[in-house]
Ligand binder design. Structure first.
Ligand SMILES: CC(=O)N[C@H]1[C@@H](OP(=O)(O)OP(=O)(O)OC[C@H]2O[C@@H](n3ccc(=O)[nH]c3=O)[C@H](O)[C@@H]2O)O[C@H](CO)[C@@H](O)[C@@H]1O
Length: 371
């Protein structure tokens, strides 16, 4: 299969595209890929590291309010469509896959104008602007939540597939996760992370609770701060503790998150849709602190679904502090029964066959192209 992938801005839109590519490689070795992303987006860093061919277009997102910037955005969009058409004509894909974020707007739109079949994947229950716009031009919209088909009334076909990252993490090796962290096999690991770019409020709580961590014997804590906050978080913790204890590991970013998640006993996190698909695929209990700065407050809606099922505890950001967070961690980590029930509830929400379902659909679409 020859496949163009596009999506970006944050990890939550990039990794699902990579997960689809990996599944295609597995099922159809020798397939060829081209990833079209934003010049300045996180994808321009992550995709070359994933060893997928990468081309970029220059594009910005729409402001939801009236703004002169939107005129520039429209001009960039039109230029993006032109560049995408050129790249698509050169690469000649059988199918194009968009995974959200404004960068895939011109790419998928150009594909539809050239008659190339396309599929978009929506990670959230409430769709983003770009996917809403694209839904009328694509052959298939793949959704992550059962029942969210009605969010795309203009689509030709909506298919419930879950999030393909659920498949990636399901096959990840926990041995390699423990090795990455440098902790003994089978250790209890509490992973604290603020989405794909780090979150100041969560990092502040990490610093705030650092002095309590030694109370939990035999537990390793992994703080993932995001690149921007790494130095300041690490030095604030060091200032408090004097030296870095062997049960605390502070990292700016984790490149093999599926493996690290496979070795995790409890995760403290934002409530971005890709991360949630991963944690439920593995049946990991969680404490969620939804970001209050996202469209339609959709992270809180994501978090409530898990909380209602018994898979998560939720702390809203205004109520977050080190003591409260550590209290919630301690309660879960000192009670194996609670942990087991939360894990079970988490697992029932997971959909580990997601990438297979998407690739099956892509195969159908690329057969259409060959006809
Ligand atoms: C600010 C913003 O717009 N956030 C959105 C973004 O979140 P964001 O990209 O932060 O969040 P997600 O939780 O959805 O995804 C993060 C992804 O990055 C990976 N990861 C993260 C940290 C790390 O060190 N290493 C790593 O590999 C995770 O495994 C996951 O695959 O996209 C999500 C859609 O999916 C939305 O629900 C979020 O609301």
């Amino acid at each position: 299969m020859r496949v163009v992938l596009s999506g970006g801005g944050t990890g939550g839109h990039i990794y699902p595209a990579v997960a689809v590519a990996r599944q295609i490689e597995k099922e159809e070795p020798g397939s060829e890929f081209l990833y079209i992303g934003g010049k300045r987006g996180l994808e321009s860093k992550l995709i070359p590291q994933e060893e997928l061919p990468f081309e970029s277009i220059d594009i910005t997102g729409f402001r939801r309010s009236l703004s002169a910037e939107n005129v520039k955005t429209i001009l960039r969009f039109l230029q993006g469509v032109k560049t995408s058409k050129r790249l698509l004509k050169e690469f000649k894909p059988d199918v194009v896959v968009g995974t959200g974020g404004y960068v895939c707007g011109p790419v998928v739109y150009a594909a539809s104008k050239l008659g190339i079949p396309s599929l978009i994947h929506e990670q959230n229950a409430i769709p983003g602007l770009t996917n809403t716009f694209l839904s009328r031009y694509v052959e298939t919209v793949a959704v992550s939540f059962e029942g969210s088909e009605s969010a795309f009334p203009k689509a030709r076909k909506v298919l419930y597939t879950g999030n393909p990252r659920a498949t990636t993490v399901h096959h990840a090796s926990k041995e390699r996760g423990f090795a990455t962290l440098g902790v003994p096999m089978g250790s209890k690991v509490v992973l604290v992370v603020g989405g794909s770019r780090g979150a100041k409020a969560i990092n502040d709580a990490m610093i705030d609770m650092a002095g309590h961590l030694s109370r939990l014997k035999d537990v390793h804590f992994v703080y993932v701060t995001g690149d921007t906050y790494f130095e300041q978080t690490r030095s604030a913790v060091l200032e408090q503790l004097g030296t870095m204890p062997n049960y605390l590991h502070i990292l700016p970013y984790v490149h093999n998150m599926p493996e690290v998640l496979a070795s995790t006993s409890l995760i403290v996190n934002r409530a971005g849709a890709s991360f949630l698909a991963e944690t439920t695929s593995l049946g990991i209990p969680s404490i969620l602190i939804p970001s209050p700065n996202v469209t339609n407050n959709h992270q809180e809606a994501n978090a409530r679904t898990l909380e209602k099922a018994g898979a998560s505890r939720m702390i809203l950001e205004p109520q977050l502090n080190g003591e409260k967070l550590f209290g919630a961690i301690e309660q879960i980590m000192t009670d194996p029964g609670v942990r087991r029930d939360m894990a079970e509830a988490s697992r029932t929400l997971g959909k580990p066959d997601s990438a297979e379902l998407i690739v099956e659909e892509l195969r159908r679409l690329s057969a259409l192209r060959r006809k």
